[in-house]
Design a protein around this ligand. Structure first.
Ligand code: SME
Length: 159
């Protein structure tokens, strides 16, 4: 059994402890699916107010659904399409306060209201994106983006 000490007192504490838990959880495992699956479970358990957390991987030029927590989701997303495809093609984190105002947003779950998508890049190339959805408008802020970019940095060499 894994036991993590995650301080949820502030976002800074939460992301610091999540980063250290993710690092410990994935440090000695080389299997990408196992590491993405545990990362999705860790994020889902400790980040509040999510309705989806998981990965889309770059496979033969398109994004393909990877390990996740939440409702069944769309399987393939073209680069440049939706929030995930935009993050993937631009290699830039997408912080979307209101998905209904994002032209081309792909609604996998009608309840989703805000979204954070962070590209995972290894040696300058996209490997996957980390996608978090929330049913709350404006759920994610710059601290979430920075925290999730740090998580993505740990995963870049482990997936
Ligand atoms: N909303 C995403 C699609 C993936 S789901 O949120 C899980 C998008 O617009 O790319």
């Amino acid at each position: 059994m894994y036991e993590f000490s995650i301080d949820t007192g502030s976002k800074a504490d939460l992301y610091r402890d999540l980063l250290s838990a993710l690092d410990a959880l994935t440090a000695t495992e080389a299997d990408p699916v196992a590491n993405m699956a545990n990362a999705a479970a860790l994020i889902w358990e400790y980040l509040p107010a999510l309705n989806w957390a998981g990965f889309y991987r770059l496979v033969e030029g398109e994004l393909v659904l990877g390990p996740f927590q939440g409702k069944v989701a769309c399987i393939r997303i073209a680069l440049g399409k939706g929030v995930c495809g935009t993050a993937a093609s631009s290699l830039q984190t997408q912080l979307v306060a209101d998905v209904h105002a994002f032209s081309g947003h792909i609604a996998c779950d009608a309840a989703s209201a805000s979204e954070l998508v962070v590209p995972i890049v290894r040696d300058g190339r996209l490997v996957a994106v980390l996608d978090l959805d929330s049913a709350e408008i404006g759920r994610f802020d710059a601290e979430d983006a920075a925290g999730c970019e740090a998580l993505a940095g740990v995963l870049a060499n482990r997936i």
